[in-house]
Design a protein. Structure first.
Length: 414
């Protein structure tokens, strides 16, 4: 190791004295409150961070900020901008810094921005404006804050709202489409009401007359008519009755489409008890056993729930075995957010492949000569359950019976 020269040593001493003097000045400034600083203990020695190092970290943060950051003089001159803002304008830094902010604002938004800017000189303001970028409008949200008294400038944060506005436009378009469809739906409902009226009066009246006149002919001219002619008249009467029943069933189904607002808390035990009493006479009660568990109380449309139980019990009675007593079970249990109500019978059942089709309008698994009906009863059941925000399943066991599961929400959202 060679000895340092006298000149080298003197130079080092001079440098150390200069650094010492600077450090002493900094310490005195910190003590006097003229410079903000904080100490951070490391594994080696404490390090002092002053405003200068903190300002650097702040600038790094602003540069990485996902929004535009701009400092404006009191006359709107851009004295600082982060990279995000001048890239949003599709310009270079030197083409933005030193220019007036008003040069980059859509003329239609300038007046509104001036009011926001004037307000922010002594406080804060926020609002939406449009920037003019390459002849196109860029919607932005600006937040302006006065930086006085430390700096005679206004800080502005710019948020690009292009994506948000596109989403809003999409939502508005969907809203308009929905309103259009709602209008069309309202018109359809009016037409359905008209059809209901026609079906209730104009269509059924001719059928009643057909039946009446056929019966009168049979009564007046019975002796003069051949057996074949009488048979034809009976067939006409029966056909008109079937058509009348189908019209009545369709009317009942159409009424299920109208959602009633009033949904009081309804005790299903009381409804089921009422339906059972109406359907079963004294003689049938001796041949039919009904096992009922405890049913829940739910917010429901009472007359529709009564129709639901009526159709299910009528269905079980209709398709009971001829030579065996009928047993009907109705039980309930809670599954997640639904009440599961199961109606099971030991009747003739049905092929499982038809489990979905039996809920469709006019679907019959047997001919009308075997079992009467229109094929609408279970479709009405499904519609009622849907009106109560629930769903329904069917399970068939040929020769052993059928099971219907009804799922109704515990807390329906109306």
């Amino acid at each position: 190791m060679h000895a340092e020269s006298r000149e080298d040593l003197l130079l080092k001493i001079d440098n150390l004295e200069t650094r010492l003097a600077e450090s002493e000045q900094l310490i005195e400034a910190i003590k006097a409150g003229e410079v903000d600083a904080f100490a951070l203990n490391t594994s080696i020695v404490p390090e002092i961070y002053t405003l200068q190092s903190g300002d650097y970290a702040y600038r790094v943060l602003i540069e990485e900020f996902g929004e535009g950051a701009v400092n404006l003089s009191e006359d709107g001159l851009i004295v600082y901008t982060n990279t995000y803002f001048f890239e949003l304008l599709h310009l270079k830094y030197e083409n933005v810094i030193g220019r007036k902010i008003f040069d980059f604002i859509d003329p239609a938004s300038v007046s509104h921005f001036r009011k926001l800017f004037e307000k922010s000189v002594s406080g804060k303001s926020k609002g939406e404006i449009n920037l003019a970028v390459d002849g196109k409008l860029v919607p932005v949200y600006v937040s302006l804050t006065s930086l006085q008294p430390k700096l005679a400038t206004v800080g502005m944060i710019i948020t690009d709202q292009t994506t948000k506005k596109k989403h809003e436009a999409l939502v508005n378009r969907y809203q308009q489409d929905l309103e259009t469809k709602n209008t069309a739906l309202a018109q359809s409902n009016l037409e359905l009401d008209s059809f209901t009226y026609i079906a209730s009066h104009d269509l059924q009246e001719p059928l009643r007359k057909i039946q009446t006149f056929c019966r009168r002919i049979l009564e007046i001219s019975e002796a003069e008519l051949t057996e074949t002619t009488k048979d034809y008249f009976d067939r006409v009467i029966n056909a008109s009755k079937r058509m009348q029943n189908m019209i009545s069933s369709l009317l009942e189904y159409s009424r299920m489409n109208s959602l009633q607002v009033d949904r009081p808390v309804t005790d299903l035990n009381e409804v089921f008890k009422e339906v059972s009493g109406e359907l079963l006479d004294e003689e049938e009660s001796r041949r039919i056993t009904i096992v009922s568990g405890l049913l829940p109380s739910i917010a429901a449309i009472p007359n529709q729930i009564k129709q639901l139980f009526t159709n299910l019990l009528s269905n079980a009675i209709k398709y009971k075995k001829k030579d065996s007593p009928l047993e009907i079970k109705i039980l309930s249990e809670k599954e997640d957010s639904f009440w599961k109500i199961t109606v099971t019978d030991n009747g003739i059942g049905f092929d499982p492949q038809y489990a979905g089709k039996i809920f469709e309008l006019f679907q019959r698994l047997h001919t009308r000569f075997e079992y009467e009906g229109t094929g609408i009863g279970l479709a009405i059941c499904k519609k009622i359950v849907q009106n109560h925000m629930g769903y329904m399943k069917a399970y068939g066991y040929p020769g052993k019976g059928a099971s219907f599961e009804i799922y109704l929400p515990v807390h329906p959202v109306i």
